[in-house]
Design a protein around this ligand. Structure first.
Ligand SMILES: CNc1nc2c(CCNC[C@]34C[C@H]5C[C@H](C[C@H](C5)C3)C4)c3nc(N)[nH]c(=O)c3cc2[nH]1
Ligand SMILES: [Zn+2]
Length: 376
């Protein structure tokens, strides 16, 4: 096994669940897991400055191959000194390979063995992304962690389609490893697919763990399937992945899914939710979701969340936030985005503490009760 630039150190297993406490070391620092990774699609976590991400405890953030490849172009990011320099962020960066966006953004696409032909969502021009191209764009962008180029099939696809897709994704993963130019400075993760079919998940995990990746992602989930389905798949998939490498569940997620994923041995999560719902005034609080632009808060001078000590909750009221969001004031987006990111990062800090104390199940019950997950 070559010595990877991204390594995982298992610190402790929680006594009553599959949860585990660990650290991930990258060329841009070491961070505790389980961790939530804020998403910065276009090389910015929308409306939040890097210093603010640092003060709220973010260790690794996401950026995106597909979007940056189209605009401003990987050459510009490379000439600027890479993503860290370009966006003035000196901690961890992870990029997705672009496959997921091709399937979710452009309906005009044609998947072939050599790669995917599709049209740009910006100007409709014809584009082609192959495993080699996706890896080499990520080499140019310079993240600490890169993703293999994969197909994330629709959850309700047929067994035969998913079987062929898994086999092709494994061949694409091999080609990506071959094409990787900086294996000493950029860690490459393989992505396990297989939808809800246990034998195909096993096949995908077997193929990928026989290749020397720095870590493993669980793909093909959080694509509209019931949460019970996602948990069922995790139950038999995470144990197939090596214990001494990071496990990343892609595109998750909501507070309940984060806790359920941690209980099944997942270390890393990403989701656009915190900043996306903030833009229409929806916030996550210890007492559940709170849509601050609702009239109910017009004269409510309390903070969003009495239990939160973030900048937004220490300095502004629900009435003020409602006023800003209703007036389309950008500062309103900043304050709700800041709180939502802080809420999820803080949740993961509490989860790590619960693993240390071997009481993750009690923590989950208490959190679910307060958040309102147990309400019918
Ligand atoms: C939401 N559910 C879900 N997401 C998924 C993603 C994207 C993860 N987030 C990266 C991403 C995706 C978009 C939006 C932002 C910025 C940038 C473009 C990178 C996060 C996935 N990515 C890949 N490569 N493969 C998957 O199977 C997959 C499954 C997912 N299921
Ligand atoms: Zn707050």
């Amino acid at each position: 096994m070559s010595n990877h630039p991204v390594t995982y150190q298992l610190e402790k297993k929680e006594k009553h669940t599959g949860a585990r406490l660990g650290t991930i070391t990258t060329p841009h620092g070491t961070f505790e897991t389980p961790m939530f990774m804020p998403v910065g699609t276009l090389a910015t976590v929308k409306t939040i400055a890097p210093e603010e991400l640092e003060e709220m405890g973010a260790g690794i953030i996401l950026s995106n191959t597909y979007h940056l490849w189209l605009r401003p172009g990987a050459d510009i990011v490379e000439e600027a000194g890479g993503l860290h320099k370009f966006m003035n962020w000196d901690k961890g960066i992870l990029t997705d390979s672009g496959g997921f966006q091709v399937f979710s953004l452009s309906d005009l696409r044609d998947i072939k063995e050599e790669g995917v032909h599709f049209r740009s969502h910006l100007d409709g021009s014809k584009l082609f992304l192959s495993p080699e191209k996706a890896i080499n764009v990520q080499n140019q962008l310079g993240p600490d962690i890169m993703m293999s180029f994969d197909e994330c099939p629709p959850y309700d696809e047929s067994y035969d389609y998913v079987k062929k897709s898994v086999e092709r994704t494994s061949r694409w993963a091999e080609r990506g490893l071959e094409a990787h130019k900086n294996p000493d400075t950029q860690g490459l993760f393989g992505i396990v697919q297989g939808a809800g079919f246990e034998d195909l998940r096993r096949q995908s995990a077997k193929d990928l763990t026989s290749m020397d990746f720095a870590g493993y992602s669980i793909g093909g989930l959080s694509v509209g399937e019931p949460k019970s389905e996602m948990y069922r798949v995790l139950d038999f998939t995470t144990p197939l992945l090596p214990e001494n490498k990071p496990r990343y569940l892609m595109g998750v997620g909501t507070p309940d899914a984060l806790i359920e994923g941690v209980m099944r041995g997942v270390d890393m999560f990403d989701c656009v939710l915190p900043t996306r719902i903030a833009r229409n005034g929806t916030t996550m609080t210890s007492q559940g979701r709170l849509v601050v632009k609702n009239a109910a808060y017009a004269r409510d001078y309390r903070p969003l969340d009495e239990k939160c000590d973030c900048y937004t909750c220490r300095n502004y009221s629900r009435a003020y936030l409602r006023h800003l969001i209703k007036s389309n004031e950008t500062f309103g987006l900043r304050l709700t985005s800041y709180h939502n990111l802080y809420f999820l990062l803080n949740l993961m800090k509490d989860v790590r503490q619960a693993i240390r104390e071997d009481n993750l199940l009690e923590f989950k019950e208490r959190f679910f009760e307060e958040y309102g997950y147990n309400k019918p």
